[in-house]
Design a protein around this ligand. Structure first.
Ligand code: SF4
Length: 269
């Protein structure tokens, strides 16, 4: 995933996954001719974010990795809490995560661009990938399933920077154990919006299956990647079917990307 000379920005939320990733990348990149940075995006979620930002600042300082902290407010003019207020005033049905996810991806891209990073490493673990697969499967978003092919997201022609997911074959529980064993800061608060969508139910179902059939998550990941690759060669291939957003030029499955669409609905620039 890494090449000599890369300038890698780790998306550091301050949770167990991203702190573990930064810790590991710092070790493996020592002596490498590549540069390691970290970026933290503050969504603006009261009672939740301050602890993880403190964790991010601490681990970056301990590892002597330069950290840049940016917020939704910096990039979009409003915090997630404010966006949720607008959403409920307008009676919009979208879940908080459906608003938050695209904004975070865009904020990470912009922050990485400001840092001059050509690679963004995110701490998506095996469980995250499977949950995303099922969310897209249930909502019929085939193109987003095709985007799960790591080769697609790591192609810099498709995104502003190469996206890599070094922890995508690692179980969430193993990352938590790694963080615990290495005394990495752990977050005690959960996002207050996390149970609005279907992700938590999928997560619990997958954990239940894994308990009864150890290894099933790992074999499902292999299937997911194979499906994504097959889709990538088909007519709905992200390379063939995806278009550029008419507003911002980002890769999109429609004429307007999810970020511009979300911002339009919230009527902020
Ligand atoms: Fe955003 Fe949803 Fe994650 Fe909360 S759980 S930080 S709303 S994506």
């Amino acid at each position: 995933m890494l090449r000599y000379g890369d300038k890698v920005a780790v998306a550091l939320s301050g949770g167990k996954d991203s702190t573990s990733l930064l810790y590991i990348m710092k070790k493996i990149m020592e002596g490498h001719r590549s540069e390691l940075l970290a970026l933290t995006i503050d969504e603006g979620i009261e009672g939740y974010r301050s602890e993880s930002i403190e964790n991010a600042v601490k681990i970056a300082k301990d590892l002597t990795v330069p950290l840049s902290v940016k917020s939704y407010k910096d990039f979009f003019g409003l915090s997630l809490d404010e966006a949720m207020h607008v959403k409920s005033e307008k009676g919009l049905k979208a879940t908080s995560c459906a608003v938050c996810g695209p904004l975070r991806r865009r904020a990470i891209d912009r922050a990485a661009e400001e840092l001059g990073a050509n690679v963004v490493a995110t701490a998506h673990n095996l469980d995250d990938i499977l949950q995303t697969f099922y969310i897209n499967l249930y909502s019929g978003d085939i193109q987003r399933i095709a985007w799960l092919d790591p080769e697609f997201s790591s192609n810099s022609d498709n995104f502003a920077s190469r996206r890599i997911k070094p922890a995508m074959e690692i179980y969430e529980q193993e990352l938590a154990f790694f963080a615990y064993l290495n005394n990495l800061p752990l977050q005690s608060e959960s996002c207050p919006y996390m149970n609005e969508g279907i992700r938590t139910e999928i997560r619990m179902n997958l954990n239940d299956l894994e308990r009864k059939h150890p290894g099933i998550k790992y074999s499902t990941l292999k299937t997911v990647i194979s499906i994504a690759k097959v889709l990538g060669k088909s007519e709905i291939s992200p390379g063939k079917a995806a278009m550029r957003c008419v507003k911002c030029g980002a890769m999109s499955s429609g004429p307007i990307c999810s970020v511009c669409g979300t911002l339009d609905i919230l009527r902020v620039e």
